[in-house]
Design a binder for this molecule. Structure first.
Ligand SMILES: C[S@@+](CC[C@H](N)C(=O)[O-])C[C@H]1O[C@@H](n2cnc3c(N)ncnc32)[C@H](O)[C@@H]1O
Length: 207
């Protein structure tokens, strides 16, 4: 378990300086337009970006939704990714180094949680979802966007993924994602393949 997190931390610390311009960040960058489109319908409020990396998604959200009604937070394991995020966002966003599986926030803190291209790094994804559910308010929205591939490519990739240097764990099927969310009473309102290698899932926390 810790081995995956150690690998993620080391790898993203190393990639941080170049992540925004090279292929490492490309898959995530290709998701931002679809994410920004989806959150148009959200009452954003207090927003946490889990695995925020260098903060580009937060920067784009700030440009459009940076009014006084919304507050933005970013959390990441990698200190170096957060340093880049800090230089980009200055004091407009609260940045915290931490782990998605043990979020350092009180219960019912956020109206919105976003997680872009980070979920497949979590060795205990169900625990991350439990934490998302704990820190989000009732009726709050969770949006996860991540890698996806159809079967059998996904299963083949999953055989090799644990050996990656980036701490990749697994690419999930729609069924697996739904099961994680439904275990903690998130109501899924949308599941979509936004391109041939990505999905977005949106869920609302019920009572
Ligand atoms: C592919 S990058 C995506 C970064 C960013 N969301 C983006 O849109 O570019 C994955 C990020 O997840 C972070 N990460 C990996 N495991 C994590 C964990 N357990 N808790 C928090 N962040 C984690 C990595 O440090 C890295 O910054």
């Amino acid at each position: 378990m810790q081995d995956y997190k150690q690998k993620s931390k080391q790898s993203f610390d190393l990639q941080a300086e170049t992540y925004d311009h090279d292929k490492n960040g490309l898959h995530a960058r290709n998701q931002y337009q679809a994410i920004l489109e989806k959150v148009k319908d959200f009452p954003l409020g207090k927003v946490l970006d889990v695995g925020c990396g260098t903060g580009v998604l937060l920067e784009q959200l700030l440009k459009v939704y940076g009014g006084s009604a919304n507050q933005f937070f970013g959390l990441d394991l990698s200190k170096k990714m957060l340093e880049i995020a800090d230089s980009r966002l200055a004091e407009k966003v609260t940045l915290v180094q931490g782990d998605a599986e043990t979020l350092p926030f009180a219960d019912c803190t956020f109206d919105t949680i976003l997680c872009c291209d980070s979920f497949h790094h979590y060795p205990n994804p169900q625990q991350a979802i439990i934490e998302f559910c704990r820190v989000i308010k009732t009726n709050g929205r969770l949006l996860i966007s991540d890698y996806w591939k159809p079967s059998p490519i996904r299963q083949i990739m999953n055989l090799f993924l644990p050996y990656s240097n980036d701490g990749d764990v697994k690419i999930y099927s729609q069924k697996e994602i739904m099961a994680f969310l439904e275990t903690v009473h998130f109501d899924v309102t949308c599941y979509e393949h936004t391109n041939s290698s990505s999905y977005i899932v949106i869920a609302k926390k019920g009572f």
